[in-house]
Ligand binder design. Sequence first.
Ligand code: HEM
Length: 161
Amino acid sequence: MAKEPEGKSSATEAPTVTEDGERQWYIRKHLLVGWGALLLFVTLGVVLESLHGFKVAWYHNVGMETRRLTWRLAHAHGTFLAVVNLAFAMTLYVLGESAQGAWRRIASGCLLGATIALPAGFFLGGVVIYGGDPGLGIFLSPLGAVLLVIAVSATIYRMLR
Ligand code: HEM
């Protein structure tokens, strides 16, 4: 008979994952998101550098300051959030068994949401600009900011307990 996967119950019981397996899953998820986001947003930096280098009109010219600002913010916040994901994974690793609880689910979900919404809002806000104003996509950024505040608060809450 095939062996049960590690951390799973037998077929007659509801499937359960061991706490250790679940923590490993969170750590791997945030390591992957962190390194993946770093690759993405450092690459965006290289693209911005090229747009400067080739003096591309729709990025470089006078009147395009809003696009330059919002894409610069997307690049800077994206790289920063990538590193925050790596720090979160490291926090879970250091806390070990005591890393469990509802706070972890909340912090992890909100951090992932923030990693998408904050830089995506800046980037989309710069795709279509209205003179000095960014496009509607910019409204994703405050949502990302709120999610980030929740994620950081939940993590601090765990550290204080
Ligand atoms: C961990 C890596 C990185 C971090 C944390 C980072 C962070 C930042 C920050 C904070 C700014 C805004 C600076 C300001 O407005 O004064 C910026 C701008 C910029 N970065 Fe990066 N950066 C990283 C990697 C890179 C790489 C690898 C490149 C490409 C070679 C790059 C290209 C740029 C460019 C071109 C700007 C200016 C964009 C513009 O104003 O049009 N960055 N970066």
